[in-house]
Write a protein that binds this ligand. Structure first.
Ligand SMILES: *Cc1c(COP(=O)(O)O)cnc(C)c1O
Length: 721
């Protein structure tokens, strides 16, 4: 039985339960502190998850807290702030678009969400982008409701065996300890829905995650009513088995659209975060037709109220399904939407083999608005999909771009924020409310070098502590042998220049590029007086053997004494370790094959924390690099003309000639002043333009408002004929 309510809280601390079931504390450190203060070790054991914390903390700790004035005052202050946040009537959105406030609502669909590690519903950047988008929408009062999956097995808990091969371990999410709430039907039974008109029947139930003021509904097919093979449709992210993948996308798009209707949530427009949920457009067409509109009217209306964001130039990132496979499930559905062939035609992309349905092609054809996720990616996407339009040149293809951003309150380290506050709050007390305005960040220049350096060094120490503690645990649990404890980070040294490389181990990201010339990199990392250490983390997709092979190569290098303990591989990359890394290393390395990194966001997270980017010129870094806030290389490389040797040599030269001398030019006070100047420039130049706030404002202004306007003007709002 799922224990969703926490009942036995002291009367004057009852609000802890509300707080625990909302993710708001995850970007308000002072709110997390009221859980941590209950029991510091318990908080660690509960892996910073407030729900688990309240389930496990001894009753006596709660009673003691309820009688402690200082604690109760702290609690009351946090609750007051939370209540104000939740009940606030005015917001950026309501002030700018008062006419849309009452009725407007945008349904946001995504196959993954990166929110908190107690909700392992993400594989990588796409998920974190969605999570940051929703948090920012909550902060700014943008009316969205989100749809996703309740992945009961998460993505993959990574364990590396002694031979360096990645193994996944089964780890079911404990629903009772996660910040999710079940949805009940009117009859007070657990809600049970069926994906409409899809045969055979697929049933699902619903959960809800509260992200500040935004609700995220999660679909869960693990119900008894389903045939056994359908129960696990929603258990894992991105099945590599095509039919399972199709079923997932049917449930997400069609089931998700149906769920909103059943919940009585009426949305004016849809935002598809990647093509996985494109069937949501189809379901909306069906719903309009069911309400009496003609096929043309329904299609037109959906088209004008649909925004589609495409996220990758990697061809395998665009799902396509053979039409015979679609026929297996859609037989009855076709008849509801005016026939099979016209629909299948919408998913036709002439570059595919015949008789395939391409989700991205469909999403592009079904939407008036579409965008890529950086300027460069916009260009690439226009070129990639130009054959869908009969246009002479790619420039006219109606795909725009909005460069990704990161949610500043989530990713800016609280200690750094406090330090910035000491300077900035003098001239702008509520600067965090204006964090997408660049002038705020100009004030960073006034930070004393020593203080910024001290905070940075402390964050590096915290990162290393955290890595060692994780290794200690896996040692205790017999999940690691002595060798992998060493290569997992035991030998890291906080005084050494530290490079971080952490992301999914997709082959195009070239995690092992830095080992292209083994002798040269060995010399670099073991240089007397000026050593370098490199921390790697990341997961390969379970079906990606090439990715696993690259991971194994790095793992073995980390274990080799020739590298002197200066290379570490940290297992199980996820939301938590990512935070420590992007806040605690000195250099953030990124070297994908251009133009395959559509945007990249981890470099933004690093940059706002004063971690200097050393990156291939691709994705967001083309826009972010200004000559003073990091380093850029790899101009000559491209997909057609991939030249790992040249890229690696350029990387080594930058390290040898620029990065290492600058870092070790530490004055007698122990501070590398020129380095710190670059850290300040990194924060100053990256925080505002690459904030999720700037991004969400752009989405609203350029796309949400036009779709909402189209919804208002439509005939569909009047009585159907
Ligand atoms: C930010 C983030 C990503 C995305 O990083 P990229 O630079 O886009 O590869 C992936 N995983 C985690 C855990 C993250 O926090």
């Amino acid at each position: 039985m799922v224990n969703e309510t926490i009942t036995d809280l002291p009367e004057n601390l009852k609000g802890l339960a509300d707080l625990a079931f909302n993710l708001w504390p995850s970007w308000h450190p002072e709110a997390q502190c009221i859980f941590k203060r209950l029991n510091k070790i318990g908080w660690k054991e509960a892996t910073h998850n407030p729900v688990k914390m309240l389930h496990t903390v001894p009753k006596v700790a709660l009673i003691n807290a309820s009688e402690n004035t200082s604690y109760v005052n702290h609690y009351n202050a946090v609750m007051a702030r939370y209540t104000r946040y939740m009940q606030r009537r005015t917001s950026w959105f309501s002030e700018h678009y008062p006419d849309y406030c009452k009725t407007a609502l945008i349904a946001y669909f995504s196959a993954e969400y990166g929110l908190q590690h107690s909700l392992p519903f993400y594989a990588g950047g796409l998920g974190f982008l969605a999570g940051d988008h929703l948090k920012e929408c909550s902060d700014m009062g943008v009316p969205v409701v989100a749809i996703g999956f309740m992945y009961s097995d998460g993505y993959l808990r990574q364990i590396i065996n002694s031979d360096g091969w990645q193994e996944g371990v089964e780890e079911k999410i404990q629903r009772g300890n996660a910040p999710i709430k079940r949805i009940y039907a009117k009859n007070e039974k657990i809600i049970l829905l069926k994906v409409p008109y899809i045969k055979p029947d697929i049933y699902f139930t619903l959960w809800k995650v509260e992200i500040g003021r935004v609700d995220l509904y999660l679909l869960d097919t693990d119900v008894e009513e389903n045939a056994p093979e359908y129960r696990n449709i929603t258990s894992r992210l991105y099945s590599s088995e095509n039919e399972m993948r199709l079923l997932q996308e049917i449930v997400l798009g069609i089931g998700g659209g149906h769920a909103l209707k059943e919940l009585g949530i009426s949305c004016s427009a849809i935002h598809l975060n990647e093509g996985h949920a494109a069937f949501a457009a189809l379901e909306r067409i069906r719903q309009y037709m069911e309400a009496g509109f003609s096929r043309e009217e329904a299609r037109d209306q959906v088209n004008r109220t649909l925004l589609f964001t495409t996220h990758t130039p990697v061809p395998a990132g665009h799902d396509k399904f053979p039409t015979w496979m679609m026929d297996k499930f859609f037989g009855e559905y076709y008849s509801q939407i005016g026939g099979r062939d016209a629909f299948l035609n919408l998913g036709r992309h002439i570059e595919d083999p015949p008789d395939y349905f391409n989700m991205t092609a469909f999403a592009l054809k079904a939407s008036t608005y579409a965008n890529g996720v950086s300027k460069k990616h916009g260009e690439i996407a226009r070129d990639m999909w130009k054959s869908l339009w009969d246009l002479g040149n790619a420039q006219q293809v109606p795909i725009g771009s909005i460069t990704n951003g990161v949610h500043i309150p989530t990713w800016l380290n609280p200690k750094l924020e406090t330090l910035i506050n000491t300077i900035v709050s003098r001239s702008c007390p509520d600067w965090l409310q204006h964090h997408d305005e660049e002038y705020i960040w100009d004030l960073i220049a006034m930070l004393p070098d020593e203080e910024l350096w001290e905070v940075h060094q402390m964050l590096k120490m915290k990162l290393i502590d955290r890595i060692r503690e994780a290794k200690r645990r896996s040692w205790v649990q017999h999940e690691a042998d002595a060798g992998s404890v060493l290569s997992g980070g035991l030998l890291l040294d906080p005084n050494v220049l530290t490079i971080g490389f952490a992301r999914r181990f997709s082959t195009y990201k070239r995690a092992d590029l830095i080992f292209h010339d083994m002798e040269r990199i060995k010399r670099i990392v073991t240089m007397p007086y000026k050593p370098v250490q490199i921390i790697f983390a990341g997961k390969a997709h379970p079906a990606d053997h090439e990715g696993k092979r690259i991971l194994q190569r790095i793992f073995k290098i980390a274990q080799s004494p020739e590298f002197a303990g200066r290379v570490a591989f940290v297992e199980d990359y996820g939301e938590q370790i990512s935070k420590y890394l992007v806040q605690g290393v000195d250099i953030w390395l990124n070297n994908p094959v251009p133009p395959l990194e559509a945007s990249g966001t981890s470099g933004m997270k690093a940059g706002i924390n004063g971690v200097l980017n050393l990156s291939i010129e691709d994705g967001w870094w083309i826009e972010g690099y200004n000559g003073k806030n990091g380093w850029s290389f790899g101009k000559s490389t491209s997909l057609e003309n991939r030249d790992d040797a040249t890229d690696a040599n350029e990387l080594y030269s930058i390290l040898e000639e620029k990065v290492i001398p600058l870092y070790y030019a530490q004055a007698l006070d122990g501070v590398p002043h020129e380095w710190v100047a670059m850290m300040k420039e990194s924060i100053r130049s990256i925080a505002a333009p690459f904030s999720a706030r700037r991004m969400v404002k752009e989405y609203v202004e350029r796309y949400y408002i036009p779709t909402l306007t189209a919804a208002c003007e439509s005939k569909v709002n009047v009585e159907p004929k």
